[in-house]
Design a binder for this molecule. Structure first.
Ligand SMILES: [Zn+2]
Length: 201
């Protein structure tokens, strides 16, 4: 596992640590070892004694709803170019999760949302990400593709292209959503997504 830890890939490859060669504090070369009192390898700078911890990143996303339909974006970027996704992306420093989900919806779909409510927390351990998905009402029926989207469309459940969804977390979120929609009861879902054994990337 640790030998494959440095295969750097944007998404979908098992990775424990991103490769780091030089200390961002003093510029000297770092080594990888288990610091005293720790239980896993870290990038350690022997020159200035800085331990460079790496931790999961949070992805915040939205289920934007307008009059019984929800908004999906067709990706204009890799990975999964051309496939459909919910607007979502990495949080920026200084943001709340709600602000990040709202911003991603604005950037990817040029749509504004309100009444945002937490709906799903999904850990994806093999890529060190945690998705926080929110339900939200679109403020108006207006939307259009942002720079990262080829297309943006409102979908009813029967119109969803289940085989053309970009990521398992999108499928899982939509499955929960349409199931809960039948009873109009939307509890928060917490789950984990594990790497598909047949697909290592
Ligand atoms: Zn250093």
């Amino acid at each position: 596992m640790l030998l494959s830890a440095h295969n750097s890939s944007v998404q979908g490859t098992s990775q424990v640590n991103f490769q780091m060669n030089y200390c961002s504090n003093c510029g000297k070369r770092v080594t990888e070892r288990i610091p005293e009192g720790d239980d896993r390898p870290r990038h350690v700078c022997e020159a200035c004694a800085t331990v460079h911890y790496q931790n999961p990143k949070i992805v915040a996303g939205c289920i934007p709803v307008w009059k019984d339909r929800l908004l999906l974006c067709r990706r204009a970027i890799e990975p999964r170019h051309g496939l459909w996704t919910l607007p979502a992306g990495f949080m920026e420093n200084g943001e709340s999760t709600e602000q990040a989900a709202t911003r991603e919806t604005r950037e990817e779909a040029c749509a504004t949302v309100e009444n945002i409510e937490l709906y799903g927390v999904f850990s994806i351990p093999h890529i060190n990400q945690v998705y926080m998905m929110f339900r939200a009402d679109m403020s108006t029926g207006e939307y259009q593709p942002g720079p990262e989207s080829l297309d943006v469309q409102l979908f009813e459940e029967h119109q969803i292209l289940w085989d053309e969804l970009a990521f398992p977390v999108v499928r899982l979120t939509l499955e929960h959503y349409f199931r809960d929609k039948k009873s109009d009861h939307f509890p928060v879902h917490v789950g984990n997504i594990h790497q598909h054994p047949a697909r290592q990337g």
